[in-house]
Structure formats: C-alpha cells, structure tokens
Design a binder for this molecule. Structure first.
Ligand code: FAD
Length: 282
C-alpha cells in the first residue's frame, strides 16, 4: 500500500523541528525504517513528517573521557556495529547490532528511532536498559529504565525529540553475553537475552540481565541478577529469569516456548559473560 498524504518538513535545527511538532498530528522522521512501513500499512496518518536527519550535531559516537560513551540520536545501527570505540568499550552493543534486520536497514535505521519506536522485540531498547543508558531529549534527561511505557510506546511528549544517549563506563573486569533466537537471520527476535557480569576478585560485583521479546517492554530481571553470586548460580539465575517473564502467545510461538527460550538464552548469555569477565573467552 501507499502512505496517506502528508506534508514534509526537512528541519535544519532542533528549534525548527520542535516548533513544527506543536501540530498534534506531526511525527518525527529519522531513518524511516519503522515509520514508513507503518505509514504504508496505514497504521498512522500524520499531517506532517518532520525530517530531523538534516539537523547537524546529532550523528556522532564519542568517548565521555571517563570510559563511557555519548551517542547522537541520529547514529545509524551500522555505525554502532562497526565503530572501533563501540567495539572496544561496549562490545555487547556492536555484537547485538548484527542481529538487527539486514544491512540495508541497519544503514538507515538510527538509535534514536529504534528507542523512540519502542518495539519490545528490538535490540536497542534492551541494550539501553542493560547498559544503564541516560536519554537526553530537547526537554530533559530520562533513565532508560523509565523510558519505555508499553509496547510501541514511550514517555516522550509529542513535541519532544531524543537527541543523545549516554552510556556510563562499565565496571572493570566486566564480561558480556548476547544471545538471540529468531526464525531467520534478520528477523525480529522471538526472544533475546543480554547480560553483563562484573567480577571483583572471585566475587560478583554486579550482574545485569535484560530480556527482549518476552514482555511488552524490554525487562531487567533483577530477581535473577540477585542469584548470580558465583558461577554455580548461573543455572538458578536462568531458572529465575524463565519464571520472571510472562510472554504472550502469538503466531510466532507460544508463551511456554518463549519462556523456555528465555531460560536457555539466559544460561548461555551468563556463561559467555562469565567467561569473558574471567578472561577465558575473547
Ligand atoms: C524489514 C525490517 C526488519 C527489521 N528488523 C529489526 C530487528 O530485527 N531488530 C530491530 O531492532 N529493528 C528492526 N527493524 C526496525 C529498524 O531497526 C528501525 O530502523 C528502527 O526501529 C527505527 O529507527 P529509524 O531511525 O528508522 O526510525 P523511524 O522509522 O524514522 O522512526 C521510528 C519512530 O520513532 C520516532 N522518532 C525517530 N527518531 C526520533 C527522535 N530522535 N526523537 C523522537 N522521536 C523519534 C518517529 O516519529 C517514529 O515514531 C526492522 C525494520 C524493517 C523494515
């Protein structure tokens, strides 16, 4: 199908874009990889699309000088996948990008667009939770934990634009794992789990687990995280992860199947994270 008729504004500044969004029926256009299909299916009928891709200063990946990263909202998925800085400091992020759709879509899709679209099966919202991201907008700074309201819905106001994502440094001796199951390469995940394990001596100083595709938002699994006090806790944490999610049935898989996947993927992600934290895996 073709999209309904709309006006188009190629904004050249954030001020101009925000002013245009005062129209209730206006929509931000970034990479268009989620918005344009929704227009074509006539799930949305905005009066005007406010294209933000010509606004300077929103496409960058920079270190924050303290081991963390600052990422502009217009940074493409492909940049996150291939940036040497991301690969070195946040390898879980570049590894997860490889699971997003296909190269053509990763070349156009932006981190800001993916977060604002808020698909519970998308990788970037889950990664934002896993990495304790702070999301800077034209109005405020929002912790990723507060950002996602429900499936395809965030707490952003209609005239608010996401401008920057900051990732604080990971603790020393942090290993990571990212495990996803999709029916075909490039499909949205039936379920995916990202994990980090930080070690201090033989002790776990911090464990983080996030699940994607098994809830109406990405979900941090705090009960499972708390069980990971030693390597032998991986099985119990995986079981707790499985018990903590309440996925729904759909034509791609039953709730029971997804719950089972969450258990398996959590065990694999934590094992990989542990091995990387202790230096026995690259
Ligand atoms: C065939 C196909 C397969 C895909 N597979 C996957 C997959 O496996 N995993 C995955 O994660 N994604 C997948 N995607 C989605 C893709 O990653 C999109 O690029 C991404 O979800 C949206 O980014 P975008 O820049 O294209 O945003 P757009 O489509 O331009 O916008 C998406 C939404 O966010 C809003 N928006 C965009 N930027 C901002 C901003 N800075 N501030 C405020 N609001 C904003 C828009 O108004 C719109 O509501 C797939 C897409 C397609 C077409």
């Amino acid at each position: 199908m073709k999209p309904p008729a709309f006006e188009y504004l190629a904004a050249t500044s954030l001020e101009q874009a925000v002013a245009a969004l005062a129209d209730d029926e206006a929509k931000v256009l970034a990479g268009g990889q989620s918005l344009v299909p929704m227009l074509n299916f006539r799930l949305l009928a905005p009066s005007i699309l406010v294209d933000i891709t010509r606004i300077p200063g929103l496409d960058f990946v920079e270190g924050d000088g303290d081991g963390g990263l600052r990422i502009g909202a217009l940074t493409r998925h492909y940049t996150l996948e291939t940036s040497a800085l991301v690969q070195t400091d946040f390898p879980v992020l570049s590894a997860a990008m490889n699971h997003v759709a296909h190269l053509a879509i990763r070349n156009r899709g932006t981190i800001g667009g993916s977060l604002c679209h808020g698909d519970p099966a998308a990788e970037l919202p889950g990664l934002a939770l896993l990495l304790n991201a702070q999301l800077k907008t034209t109005q405020r700074t929002i912790a990723a934990t507060d950002f996602f309201a429900s499936a395809l819905s965030t707490i952003l106001a209609e005239d608010e634009i996401l401008t920057e994502i900051t990732l604080p440094a990971l603790p020393p001796r942090t290993g990571w794992g990212f495990e996803e199951f999709a029916r075909r390469s490039g499909d949205f995940a039936l379920a995916a789990v990202g994990a980090t394990v930080s070690l201090s001596g033989e002790e776990v100083s911090e464990a983080r687990i996030v699940v994607i595709g098994a809830h109406d938002t990405p979900l941090r699994l705090s009960a499972a995280e708390a069980l990971l006090t030693s390597r032998s806790g991986i099985a119990a944490a995986a079981k707790a992860a499985q018990d903590q999610v309440s996925p729904s049935d759909d034509l791609h898989g039953s709730a029971d199947y997804r719950r089972h996947l969450v258990g398996v993927l959590t065990r694999r992600a934590l094992t990989a994270a542990w091995q990387r934290a202790e230096g026995s895996a690259p």
